[in-house]
Design a protein around this ligand. Structure first.
Ligand code: DAH
Length: 362
């Protein structure tokens, strides 16, 4: 307790009064008002401090000491109350500003997965189930990997089917925007030793533009190299893939002899369909629709990659990703895939968490 002289104001009751104001201050600003009224420039304690000089010395000492004690007590009480009010303000903010993370996303805001990428994901998951891994190659490819190494010399008429974009090149190595994903076969075989089992989805480029052709589109390549791989493996693999992809267990699959420079023998593959009444339906209806090219890897291609064709053989296949997507999801025009029209994407796209995946079925 402070000792207060008889001639001084009653510091005890002032202290009680101030402490009760402090305890009752309901807010930070009310508390600050109390602080200013006591310790501010014109505050009650400050005013009393100013009177010290006019007191006789013997009183000044005792009263000064009591005033200091009072001032410190009030400052400490203000401080303690400030902490309480700050903590309460923080609690209130935490409650009011809480974010409810369980709120489900509003459907109109959800983005869509583009059908091309949806289809790539489906293809990858089916082939992953058969032990294939995914390989990649560059869009800008050397003319050698895109053509020569695949047994397509510069004079070969097969080059005409793949008119492409040649890039300005320095030196003897010409580069093109790749016309096919087949050069990834070369890159993989030069890098890895058999057994090889890869698929290579990616962008490809050709100078075409109509309802079923665009200058950029996606292909997926497949390559299997092993010691005892034969045409039966190729047929089984392609057939299983097509039936899983289209989700039709008894989908008819037909292999027709064909020609590709990098395979021998080569085949084109058709699936069963019906076109009656202008509507396309997949299944056992007697009509056929071409979906991919394939064959046994040509010995020249193996030799170009330092693989001994007497010891190793294998098969390859290539198919258009948008073409598969158009057939599966009933999209009539290839050009619309690349128009970046949000209305189209909302209609044909897929919700990221709602992806139908044939490979994960049952
Ligand atoms: N590269 C061919 C194309 O773009 C597709 C293809 C056919 C790839 C047969 C292959 C294959 O690997 O064996 O038209």
């Amino acid at each position: 307790m402070s000792s207060v002289s008889s001639s001084s104001p009653d510091l005890g009751s002032l202290k009680d009064e101030l402490l009760s104001f402090i305890a009752a201050a309901p807010s930070l600003s009310a508390l600050d008002d109390v602080r200013v009224s006591a310790l501010g420039k014109k505050g009650r304690i400050t005013d009393m401090m100013k009177t010290l000089g006019s007191l006789p010395p013997e009183e000044r000492k005792a009263f000064g000491a009591s005033l200091n004690v009072l001032k410190n007590d009030i400052a400490a009480a203000l401080d303690a109350r400030l902490k309480v009010l700050n903590a309460a303000a923080l609690d209130a903010r935490l409650i009011n500003e809480r974010i409810d993370v369980t709120l489900s996303p509003r459907p109109e805001r959800a983005g869509r997965v583009h059908p091309t990428h949806q289809t790539i994901d489906e293809i990858i998951s089916i082939f992953a189930g058969m032990g294939f891994s995914v390989a990649k190659g560059p869009d800008i490819e050397s003319e050698y990997y895109n053509f020569e190494a695949l047994n397509i010399p510069s004079s070969h008429p097969a080059r005409d089917m793949q008119a492409t974009f040649f890039l300005p090149s320095s030196g003897e190595h010409k580069t093109v925007l790749r016309t096919q994903t087949s050069p990834v076969q070369i890159r993989t075989m030069l890098k890895e030793k058999p057994p090889i089992r890869i698929i290579a989805p990616g962008r490809t480029y050709r100078c075409d533009y109509d309802q079923t052709h665009t200058p950029m589109f996606h292909l997926v390549e497949g390559l299997v190299i092993d010691e005892a791989t034969h045409m039966g493996h190729l047929k089984g693999c392609v057939m299983d893939f097509l039936r899983a992809f289209f989700g039709i267990d008894d989908l008819p699959v037909r292999f027709r002899p064909s020609y590709f420079p990098f395979t021998e023998p080569s085949a084109e593959v058709d699936i069963g369909c019906s076109r009656k009444g202008g509507e396309l339906k997949l299944g056992n209806f007697g009509d056929w629709l071409e979906v991919l090219g394939c064959g046994m890897v040509h010995p020249n291609v193996l030799r170009n990659c330092n693989i001994d064709p007497e010891k190793y053989q294998g098969f390859a296949f290539g198919m258009g990703i948008e073409r598969l997507a158009m057939l599966k999801y009933g999209i009539p025009d290839l050009r619309t895939f690349f128009d970046a029209d949000l209305r189209w994407l909302r209609h044909y796209g897929f919700l990221p968490l709602d992806i139908p995946n044939p490979a994960l079925k049952g």
